[in-house]
Write a protein that binds this ligand. Structure first.
Ligand code: HEM
Ligand code: HEM
Length: 194
């Protein structure tokens, strides 16, 4: 079980961060839409508290993931036109930004609305901004639109991964899959075709 990524595969730690966070983010977004449709009740309030705690967990995982990324190395890109490799890196940067911006906008929205914030009923977290109704409306909209933006960026991200897998038939997706292994044992030198 490699702790650090190798030239031909992502480490178990990197894969765990990637798939755990993807699951939590997409699951929490779907959960939010479901909750929003419920009639006002204590159950709904508890569900929103859970939504917020899961979102804060994503924020904490992001900090750990970034710290790990600084210690780890990244497997080199599979051969592809330079513009495609650049586009993939821009998309990754954008995804990292959204991973932070979505929970932070939710936290700021929650503060501006004047709601309390507890992490899994364990401890309170401070407000990010003062109570302000107008700002709360804006931040609520920003929070939801950022999630839609994430889904849009994911179309490019997932589309790229599937193109690598089914059209280029390289190891890009395979080496990121939970139990996936690269077919090749050595990375293809830049410029070579697979
Ligand atoms: C992975 C992180 C998160 C995702 C993907 C996410 C996603 C969403 C989505 C899609 C909605 C819209 C539901 C709807 O309008 O039907 C929503 C609503 C909401 N979120 Fe988040 N959220 C995240 C984190 C957070 C955090 C950290 C907080 C607060 C600390 C938060 C607070 C809220 C609140 C209070 C609402 C209700 C907004 C309203 O009533 O208009 N969210 N969230
Ligand atoms: C919320 C969902 C997701 C987010 C936020 C996300 C985010 C990211 C980020 C930030 C990276 C770059 C890792 C780095 O260089 O440090 C990455 C890599 C990757 N992701 Fe995702 N991802 C998501 C879902 C998916 C899905 C559903 C797939 C597959 C269909 C996928 C396939 C990949 C692959 C194959 C890589 C490695 C790319 C490479 O080796 O250049 N991701 N992802």
């Amino acid at each position: 079980m490699p702790l650090r990524s190798e030239p031909t595969r992502w480490s178990t730690v990197a894969k765990t961060f990637h798939w755990l966070m993807a699951l939590l983010i997409l699951g929490n977004g779907a959960f939010a839409f479901y909750m929003d449709g419920l009639k006002p009740s204590l159950n709904k309030i508890n569900m929103f508290a859970l939504h917020k705690s899961i979102g804060l967990t994503v924020l904490a995982l992001f900090v750990l993931r970034l710290a790990w990324k600084m210690l780890d190395r990244r497997p080199p890109d599979e051969p592809a036109p330079r513009w495609q490799q650049l586009a993939a890196h821009v998309v990754h940067g954008f995804l990292y930004l959204l991973i932070v911006a979505i929970p932070l906008s939710g936290w700021a929205f929650n503060s501006a609305h004047g709601f309390p914030l507890q992490y899994f009923k364990q401890f309170n977290l401070p407000a990010l901004v003062e109570k302000n109704e107008e700002l709360s409306n804006t931040l609520g909209t920003v929070h939801v639109y950022l999630f839609w933006l994430l889904l849009l960026v994911l179309v490019a991200h997932v589309g790229g991964a599937l193109k690598h897998h089914f059209i280029d038939r390289d190891d890009t997706l395979r080496r990121m899959l939970p139990f996936g292994r690269a077919k090749r044992n050595t990375p293809t030198p830049p410029g070579d075709t697979p």
